[in-house]
Write a protein that binds this ligand. Structure first.
Ligand code: ACK
Length: 213
């Protein structure tokens, strides 16, 4: 009935501890600041601006989107396909409210979004919907490939885009290794798509819970 549907959240996910959120935001800002100054980035500026001569301030270009989290299942209060089944999954019920440690293994930037890739453990994959990667237009990607934390979106872009951008990057066979930075190795995938594989993944405590607007 409709009352039952109402009790489903907007989404389920892991919510980063607030003290770590600041650390992650700082790391991402540092990365954007550095990327902005690289000659290799300037060479491809047109991907972001549409004009070769125009400058871009990446820190201003992206807007933060609420509390940092990694969405497992977007339920849209029960309107999304499979929402009810997900909420009834025994793993979801058992692990609801539990603490986890998430591993952020890469940062990525496109003209639309900036995000962190999340590498899920076997246990965390129990909470991952089987069809999350179906949105990829490429050949199927491994379960959990889409897992991410949205760090910011360009004007007019919805956070839904971040996971799609990540899938798009992961589906590309080979990027161009640009340089070894302090944080890790930076690869360019064309069309303004950049990925920094972190030398040391950022480990962050996170609570598996849900969000109602
Ligand atoms: O950054 P995100 O993972 O992308 O977190 C937000 C959250 O749900 C609330 O909007 C994500 N989201 C929105 N729509 C969808 C969708 N259709 N499929 C998967 N995730 C979605 C969004």
């Amino acid at each position: 009935g409709s009352l039952e549907e109402m009790s489903l959240p907007l989404y389920f996910g892991w919510f980063l501890l607030s003290s770590i959120q600041d650390k992650v935001r700082c790391t991402s800002m540092d990365f954007l600041k550095t990327l902005d100054t690289l000659e290799a980035f300037k060479k491809h500026l047109i991907d972001f601006t549409g004009k070769a001569e125009k400058e871009v301030d990446l820190e201003q270009y992206f807007q933060a989107k609420g509390t940092l989290h990694c969405t497992t299942m977007f339920c849209n209060y029960g309107k999304a396909e499979g929402a009810k089944e997900y909420a009834q999954n025994p793993a979801v019920k058992d692990l609801y409210g539990s603490a986890f440690e998430l591993s952020l293994s890469a940062l990525f930037v496109t003209p639309r979004t900036v995000g962190a890739r999340v590498s899920l453990s076997e246990e965390q994959l129990l909470l991952w919907p089987a069809d999350a990667e179906k949105a990829a237009e490429s050949a199927p990607l491994p379960l959990g490939s889409r897992a991410h934390v949205t760090l910011g979106c360009a004007e007019g872009v919805e956070p839904l885009q971040t996971g799609l951008d990540l899938l798009e990057i992961l589906a590309l066979p080979n990027g161009e290794l640009i340089e070894e930075m302090e944080l890790g190795s930076l690869t360019y995938y064309g069309e303004g798509r950049w990925l920094l594989a972190l030398r040391e993944p950022i480990c962050t405590p996170a609570c598996f819970s849900s969000f109602y607007d």
